[in-house]
Design a protein around this ligand. Structure first.
Ligand SMILES: Cc1cc2nc3c(=O)[nH]c(=O)nc-3n(C[C@H](O)[C@H](O)[C@H](O)COP(=O)(O)OP(=O)(O)OC[C@H]3O[C@@H](n4cnc5c(N)ncnc54)[C@H](O)[C@@H]3O)c2cc1C
Length: 465
């Protein structure tokens, strides 16, 4: 239903933004510049009570609801047409209990907020590798990052969530309270309510870590990946690696004549003592003839924001994701063949190395699937707002063809890497039948009318399966 042009929601202390408000266009914009939705109202919530007030108001007026955490999901589900956006962006506070090693994080915080506060104590938890990504969406979908092989996924570090339900009630979910909801929140996305705060377990990390990228020329891709396959097989849990295939981004430390040159990079971060990290990455740095080697002792908090500028807000994006059981020779050949066919120098593919602590958590302990896979891939088309639609069409075709070529080797997909329309059918793929069914039952209990459906939707009850 279209939102009424009311300028007041009972009980809301934050700003209410409607069409015509000077901040309206900024407030409805999300990270992906292809998303252009026009909500009837945007409720900028300042705390849990505001969120509860906004949910109750939306239900009373039968409004479509979208929930915005960091606004980074490529599908743009943080914003809807008409209806109301429950915008958590004013709720970014983070506080740390260094004795219990717990971070208390508000539902609209970004990973940069978490790293900033936790690193003041030399602590960290697994989070996204771009600092302007939201804690909300990442944590509810799974949460992969540099620390995951040592300390588990973000969901493995979640100890409690404060949730506003579809009825506008406030409840807490943990291993003790509402354990069914707690299970579902750890992978099931924003389907079960609005999470106003998270409590995460923290671990000693840094402040300096051995980290950074090594780049090789694109024509060496197959050799680098064959070497990488053996390298990660023996890697300690402390070592997180992401392969990036595309062009060399114009980073400040890269010579200008190398900017946008097609290249494969392995980006590493060792979550232990710098001396151990130096040993762990030595073979990688000595392999072949790197074009650029930027690995060195780095502040963890700087490494966490090192690639922020390569994926800025407002560019046009389109993603395709898949998990891969392993890096067979065949997979390597497909990757080498397709990775550089994109025409935009801003498009790239990223491949996260999993295993370690992730694989040691039982499959049914959380709603996140894919713990047994070796590598998690995201094929990310990116182009500029001023480029015409034909560029976007070509980039999208590249991403789709790349994914299609990998079809025989696919092993599920990370729910947070799903795009919009043409990925709707893949929500089931992200969970598998048994986990999807269990999620649908929890959904039927906490949101039987599917109020929260602007997300990677789980339909409530058995009829959804
Ligand atoms: C540049 C970039 C880098 C990324 N890197 C990583 C990475 O390193 N690791 C990783 O795991 N993922 C990564 N992702 C994917 C990321 O997990 C998803 O995009 C995620 O949805 C972002 O969360 P958000 O809160 O910013 O998104 P939003 O778009 O705000 O939210 C997406 C959906 O999540 C739900 N949601 C968000 N917050 C809440 C909340 N507090 N309560 C209830 N529901 C909520 C809503 O349903 C919303 O529609 C990256 C994405 C981008 C764009």
């Amino acid at each position: 239903m279209r939102a009424p042009t009311t300028m007041r929601i009972p009980g809301l202390r934050g700003d209410l933004i409607a069409p015509g408000h000077p901040d309206y266009d900024d407030a409805r914009a999300v990270w992906n510049g292809t998303i252009d939705r026009r909500p009837g109202l945007i409720a900028r919530c300042t705390g849990t009570a505001d969120v509860a007030a906004a949910v109750r108001f939306a239900r009373a007026c039968d409004l479509e609801i979208a929930v915005r955490g960091g606004g980074h999901n490529v599908a743009g589900t943080a914003v809807c047409d008409d209806g109301i956006v429950i915008d958590l962006s004013p709720m970014r506070a983070v506080s740390v209990d260094p004795v219990e090693r717990i971070a208390h994080v508000r539902g609209g915080a970004l990973w940069g907020d978490v790293d900033h506060e936790t690193q003041a104590y030399g602590l960290a938890t697994t989070g996204g590798i771009v600092s302007h990504t939201g804690v909300g969406g990442v944590s509810l979908g799974g949460g992969i990052g540099w620390l995951m092989r040592k300390h588990g996924l973000t969901v493995d570090n979640l100890v409690e969530a404060e949730v506003v339900t579809a009825e506008g009630d406030v409840i807490r979910a943990s291993a003790q309270d509402h354990p069914d909801l707690f299970w579902a929140l750890r992978g099931g996305g924003g389907n079960f309510g609005v999470v106003c705060s998270f409590r995460f377990a923290l671990h000693p990390v840094g402040p300096s870590v051995m980290a950074g990228p090594v780049f090789w020329a694109a024509e060496n891709t197959a050799d680098v990946l064959r070497f990488y396959r053996e390298f990660v097989a023996d890697a300690p849990d402390e070592l997180g690696n992401v392969v990036r295939l595309g062009t060399i981004p114009p980073l400040p430390d890269v010579r200008e004549n190398l900017h946008f040159r097609p290249a494969i990079a392995v980006v590493s971060c060792h979550a232990g003592p710098v001396e151990d990290g130096e040993v762990a990455v030595r073979a990688l740095r000595e392999f072949g003839s790197p074009l650029v080697d930027l690995v060195g002792p780095t502040l963890y908090v700087d490494h966490q924001s090192g690639i922020d500028d390569t994926v800025p807000h407002g560019w046009r994006y389109y993603w395709k994701g898949t998990d891969l059981t392993g890096l067979s020779d065949e997979v390597i050949d497909i990757v080498a063949e397709h990775a550089y066919r994109a025409t935009s120098p801003r498009s790239y593919a990223a491949m996260f190395h999993l295993g370690g602590a992730i694989a040691r958590v039982p499959r049914d302990a959380t709603a996140h699937l894919g713990r047994e896979v070796g590598h998690r891939m995201s094929i990310d088309a990116a182009w500029l707002p001023e480029q015409d639609d034909s560029v976007g069409a070509a980039e999208k075709a590249w991403a789709r063809e790349f994914l299609d070529a990998l079809a025989p080797h696919r092993a599920g997909v990370y729910v947070n890497f799903l795009d919009s329309d043409d990925d709707t059918d893949r929500v089931r793929e992200a969970y598998g039948d048994d986990t999807y069914q269990r999620l649908a039952e929890v959904k039927a209990k906490y949101d039987p009318e599917n109020v929260f459906h602007n997300n990677k939707n789980i339909r409530p009850g058995k009829q959804g399966v």
